[in-house]
Design a protein around this ligand. Sequence first.
Ligand code: AMP
Ligand code: MG
Length: 411
Amino acid sequence: MLSVAEAEKIILDLVKPFAPEVDSEVLPLSQAIARILAEDIISALDFPHWDNSAMDGYAFCYADLEDLAELKLAIAPQEIAAGGKVRQVLAKGECMRIFTGGMLPDGADTVIMQEDTERVGDFLQLKAKPPKGEYVRRKGEFIRAGARLVSSGIKIGATEIGAIASARCQQVKVYRQPKIAIISTGNELVSLESSQPLQAGQIIDSNLYALSALINQAGAIAIPLGAVRDDLQKLETVITQAIAQADLVISTGGVSVGDYDYIDGLLAKLGAEIHGRSVAIKPGKPLTIANFGKVLYFGVAGNPVSAMVSFWRFIQGAIAKLGGANETYWHPQFIQANTTEDLHSQGRRETYLWGVLTYQRGKPIFRPVSNPSSGYSSGNLISAIGTNAIAVMRVHQTYVPADDQVLVMMV
Ligand code: AMP
Ligand code: MG
């Protein structure tokens, strides 16, 4: 049995990220949100494009103040608003009214904000001497033309969209979205689309939906291949199809040690390299980690809760790395929070307990969904409804008392 850290390392080492030349596409910027940039974006412009004012106030030359008996400057007749066309020139001992974003007049190097001044006729009285260069945004101070504005491997968010737009890029090269095939296995499974009444022993193939949702959230494309009976021949056909069309395959069910758990044997027969079969994690112990050449294969447990934990803890990061995202995105996000209740674990495996994370007076608080002493069931997805976080109890950590800190994985 692998530790969680070992499993994560094996998985990430197996992933061969997309090649930017082959596995990419060019999109209009407006469609690139949440995609992974496949090339560095080099700015053709200086930012700011020219010296300009960061405030509504008055621009002047700092050195002019040295010669003055009192802090009083003549106000030039012109005004400079943002977008003002004419380049203004300042005479010695003069200041000029300027508004935020207005281009600094030639000769000026400092702006005083209007609140720190008083107008006396055609003169401006400065209430105090400001520091030299105050409230001036210098040309090229944020970034110079020719420098890298956004790096390849970044997930494009609203900030990046805004910055890329300001650099006049209408299109961006992004990685294609990884294609993830999902196979549900089990004789008990019925498709949600079926109109037949459920027979005794049957359940709806809900994993297909939950996993598709997780895959979409991870920025990938889900290819649902439906539910397959625990039948070697049928499984072989579907797994072969899956490997042929996907970058990564997830099958649920059939990886425990039950009599109908065929997956591992079948993978070996089909020529997969198998790198792990189980992980010291609860829920989610059965986890087959395999690859068919470049195509990764994950066999996760059928229990809906286990399948989701396997995804959050391991598969999500693999998808991020595969899809070209930089290392920031390869691991789940963890924070420390104070638990409202006692948390218990048997301590043999890293144990994941569902709950809700909120903030009270700025402090993260974790409230577990049910009384942990009554136990969590990996089959009970219903109990996880409305949750947004999972407390992680490390191996050997059997008890966290209420009000103490616990590691929390954000989901
Ligand atoms: P297995 O991993 O095949 O032994 O299945 C473990 C449990 O998960 C059983 O109770 C299955 O009925 C349930 N299960 C398996 N596959 C699914 C699925 N696709 N959707 C919902 N529950 C499932
Ligand atoms: Mg099964």
